[in-house]
Design a binder for this molecule. Sequence first.
Ligand code: URA
Length: 239
Amino acid sequence: MERLQKIIAHAGVTSRRKAEKMITDGRVKVDGAIVTELGTQVSGKERIEVDDVPIYKEEPVYYLFYKPRGVICAVSDNKNRAVVTDYFTQIPERIYPVGRLDYDASGLLIMTNDGEFAQKLAHPKHEVDKVYVAKVIGVATKEKLSPLTKKMHIKGETFSPAKYAILSTDKKSQTSIVELTIHEGHNHQVKKMLESVELPVQKLKREKYGILTLGNLHSGEYRPLTKKEVSQLLVGIKD
Ligand code: URA
């Protein structure tokens, strides 16, 4: 028998100390019942859930998903809107997205049931490049976009320098296609950065995540990641 907080910490959900707080906050269920007592002993055979997500003894699985626009990056939605897991009904494991893509954004999303992997990838020290392609309102120029290559302070948030490329501009429709490479994952970061240089985003797609690209996938399709891809994604991360 083990202490509940130890099992949670070992499943990679969080640290032992934070696991204790999760328990006392009533976020942990053992076989369907909320447990708030810290000393609780478990054998490891029980179904243990944190915020209704099981900490698994399942085999870890990893998928690359082409998230369509108009789908929520969550496992459920209280307004019954489409969520990313709706596309994985054939997958028995309880998977969830790594990080977020906005409801109105499309593109590359990693899905997994491996909490430790998800936590590592989402950590700010994990500086993996993410490449976005945005359709913006306005004619993009080097002058307009150059502030993005320096550290930016926007409404109390700080964003690291980004790389950009102007893929096309259309003077007639007054729109442009811009590629932006960032390594952070602040909420609405690309939209905020482009808005700040007066190029508001009309459409947004994530094309790359580190070594991963969408390849031949169509919107709404997914494929498993290879073992090599999973380990490559973790390169450079210290425990
Ligand atoms: N930046 C955004 O503005 N939205 C996303 O979904 C991802 C990055």
